[in-house]
Design a protein around this ligand. Structure first.
Ligand SMILES: [Fe+2]
Ligand SMILES: [Fe+2]
Length: 203
């Protein structure tokens, strides 16, 4: 049975949950930085860029609906990962512009002209950035930090689906081509079947 370790009896200044993953080779400081960068990307994506981009798909109600799922699922990603940053001993920057500037993905400005092809292209590339970022977290934590790995892998599941959705929509809108994503409508908008906090906070 495992006992002892570097954290002293009753010490609240250190965490066994951190020391145990450090002992397994995780660079915790680097992981916290990467999680903050990913949280910033999810935050600005769901609350700002996706909201604006989605609104400008007016008239493409089918695209708007898919975009809304992706937007709300980014909110689920934000809410899933923020508590993990604090568990690891990190914190969100106490300054919103500073937080925004640490985002791991390019801010998605409304394109000029804001037509469906340009908006769908931005959304597709934003999903691709998310896939790259969450894959890096998976690589860093695999076999060493099961909790972060599990969260990142669940987010990654949805980012991969989002990429497939936007490939389908962009191929149709821009090239008149059918590249199915295999997508079925979510049960409720932004259902986030892999990443909702439900399992943790609303059992
Ligand atoms: Fe996301
Ligand atoms: Fe996404």
């Amino acid at each position: 049975m495992a006992k002892g370790g570097v954290v002293k009896h009753g010490d609240v200044s250190q965490r066994v949950g951190v020391e145990s993953i450090r002992a397994r080779g995780v660079d915790v400081e680097k992981l916290i930085k990467m999680l903050i960068a990913n949280a910033a990307a999810e935050f600005s994506s769901t609350y700002y860029y996706y909201t604006i981009l989605r609104m400008h798909l007016a008239g493409h109600e089918d695209y708007k609906e898919i975009c809304e799922d992706a937007r709300l699922e980014d909110r689920a990603h934000w809410e899933l990962i923020v508590p993990r940053i604090y568990e690891l001993g990190g914190e969100l920057p106490n300054d919103l512009p500073a937080f925004h500037n640490q985002a791991g993905c390019e801010p998605a400005k409304l394109p000029n002209p804001p037509n469906a092809v340009n908006i769908l292209t931005l959304l597709l590339e934003s999903e691709r950035c998310a896939i790259r970022s969450w894959s890096e977290i998976c690589d860093m934590t695999f076999g060493k930090d099961p909790r972060t790995y599990d969260m990142a892998a669940r987010i990654l599941n949805e980012e991969v689906e989002h990429e497939a959705w936007f490939i389908e929509l962009l191929a149709h809108e821009r090239d008149g081509k059918s590249i199915p994503s295999g997508h079925f409508r979510r049960g409720t908008p932004g259902d986030a079947p892999y990443s909702k906090n439900r399992g943790f906070y609303n059992p």
